[in-house]
Design a protein around this ligand. Structure first.
Ligand code: BES
Ligand code: MN
Ligand code: MN
Length: 462
């Protein structure tokens, strides 16, 4: 029997190389051109779970990309941990901003990463973090250290809103029965300040289409006499925030929970350096809702952001034209108690109501999900906290994140289980951006910490 530390030391290079092989497969779920690569990734994940000691692993076909499911049941009376992760990745564009190709992983060392960081799309979100669980499983089964039952459910559609997984979960409640769900798909404050994610924001994602005249028009012959969809769309979007950066949609804040001053003071204790934050983004000021700190704006407050906007002529040179249509994609991040379907409806009604005559508005809802909060008195949280104390030598700070994993609230509803979010990434990992990376130290620390979660969770369950 070896300890997890000695096992990592011995197998470190292989652990890194296996992850690099997985990162080479471009599993972009949003783009159908990558369909085969997504499938190939599912097959690679399946093999890795078999090699890690799962006794039955299957590729579950869906209407979309497949779900990889594997398990090892050692005794029906022992607790069961369900590990969730995703093997799909965000599209890598804009490609020209990458310093090395997104699907040709490279390891670079720097002052921040003396042990090196792997640069590739999916390195942190979520292949690298998902694979920590596979390697932790390998350690536990190879060294007779697995204290409980394990189920793995690794999907290929997280980045497009998990459309097939929600059906799969509803149809497989018994198969997925568990005592706790464990996910590494978030971040922590810093390598010297471990934290556990205790909340995720909900999400409503919509696309809007604004139509004016029935065809593109000469901007001289018609300009000034008809509503220009791009001008109008810009105005409508601008009016969604007031001078204090509050969202103007009627009813939007009705269910938002206001934290007490004590809770806000507790939150403000988490280490955060505004100067470093600005420096890292090369901005000279932050911007947001009046009356709230940066940390509050990205965790306990809801937001509305345009993610993309287009229309008219964007090619080389100039073309004098009034476009017939203008479009935008808009995301709203929600906080606990806000219902994403209700918010989508409020947005739709309001957005239609502010359009002037002569303009038609179409709102297409994409995907969404509810927010999530982990209670700190849950044994799953306590087990995770003990695991971090063991491997980081520090008590982790509970912290709500601004990101969303909509399927987590569905797990709670359909499977009646809580989720523990043990993220080992950093905000600076550039997930969804060019040059995404994941520190090798973080990767190995995750592998080291996970088996302790299993140990303490099993102990606390008895
Ligand atoms: N892993 C992220 C979410 C995340 C990252 C949460 C960091 C907390 C900290 C996940 O893959 C993701 O990108 N989610 C999407 C939503 C999804 C429906 C496309 C998001 O948050 O934009
Ligand atoms: Mn993710
Ligand atoms: Mn993501």
């Amino acid at each position: 029997m070896s300890t997890i530390q000695s096992y990592i030391t011995k197998h470190k290079d292989r652990f890194i190389n296996e992850l690099i092989e997985l990162l080479k497969i471009p599993s972009v779920s949003a783009d159908s051109n990558y369909k085969n690569a997504v499938l190939k990734t599912a097959e690679a994940v399946k093999i890795s779970l078999e090699n890690a000691g799962c006794s039955s692993v299957e590729i579950c076909q869906t209407k979309g990309h497949p779900i990889v499911y594997g398990e090892k049941i050692i005794h029906p009376h022992l607790p069961t941990v369900l590990v969730y992760g995703h093997y799909d990745v965000q599209p890598p564009d804009p490609l020209d901003l990458w310093h090395s190709p997104p699907f040709e992983p490279v390891i670079k060392t720097s002052v921040k990463y003396p042990e090196g960081a792997i640069f590739a799309r999916g390195a942190s979100d979520d292949k690298g973090q998902m694979y920590m669980h596979v390697k932790a499983m390998e350690y536990m089964t190879a060294n007779d250290q697995l204290p409980c039952n394990v189920k793995f459910m690794i999907e290929g559609e997280e980045e497009i809103g998990s459309p097939s997984l929600s059906v799969f979960v509803k149809n497989n409640r018994k198969k997925l029965k568990n005592d706790i769900i464990l996910i590494s798909d978030t971040g922590m404050i810093a390598n010297t300040t471990p934290s556990i994610t205790t909340g995720l924001r909900g999400l409503s994602y919509v696309e809007v289409e604004v139509t004016g005249p029935n065809r593109d028009l000469h901007s001289g012959l018609y300009g000034g006499a008809v509503a220009n969809p791009i001008n109008i769309l810009s105005k409508m979007i601008a009016s969604l925030h007031d001078a204090n950066n509050h969202i103007t949609i009627p009813g939007f804040y009705d269910k938002v929970e206001e934290l007490s001053e004590i809770e806000r003071a507790e939150m403000a204790k988490a280490p955060f350096d505004l100067e470093d934050y600005k420096k890292a983004l090369n901005i000279d000021a932050v911007y947001g809702e009046a009356g709230y700190s940066t940390h509050e704006r990205t965790s306990i407050r809801p937001t509305l952001d345009v993610n993309g906007i287009w229309g008219g002529y964007t090619g080389e040179g100039a073309k004098t034209v009034i476009a017939s249509k203008a479009f935008a994609k808009i995301s709203m991040r929600l906080v606990p108690h806000q219902d994403w379907e209700e918010i989508t409806q409020l947005f739709t009604d309001y957005f239609k109501s502010i359009a002037p005559k002569g303009i038609k508005v179409n709102v297409i809802p994409h995907h969404g999900g509810q927010g999530y909060v982990t209670p700190l008195d849950h044994i799953g949280y306590q087990a995770a906290s003990k695991a971090y104390q063991k491997t980081f030598g520090k008590t982790p700070i509970p912290q709500r994140s601004g990101g969303s994993i909509p399927i987590v609230s569905l797990f709670e509803k359909e499977l009646q289980s809580k989720t523990i979010l043990m993220g080992f990434g950093l905000d600076s990992n550039a997930i969804h951006s060019p040059n995404e990376h994941f520190g090798i130290w973080n990767y190995l620390k995750g592998i080291e910490t996970i088996p302790f979660f299993y140990k303490y969770f099993t102990e606390l369950s008895q």
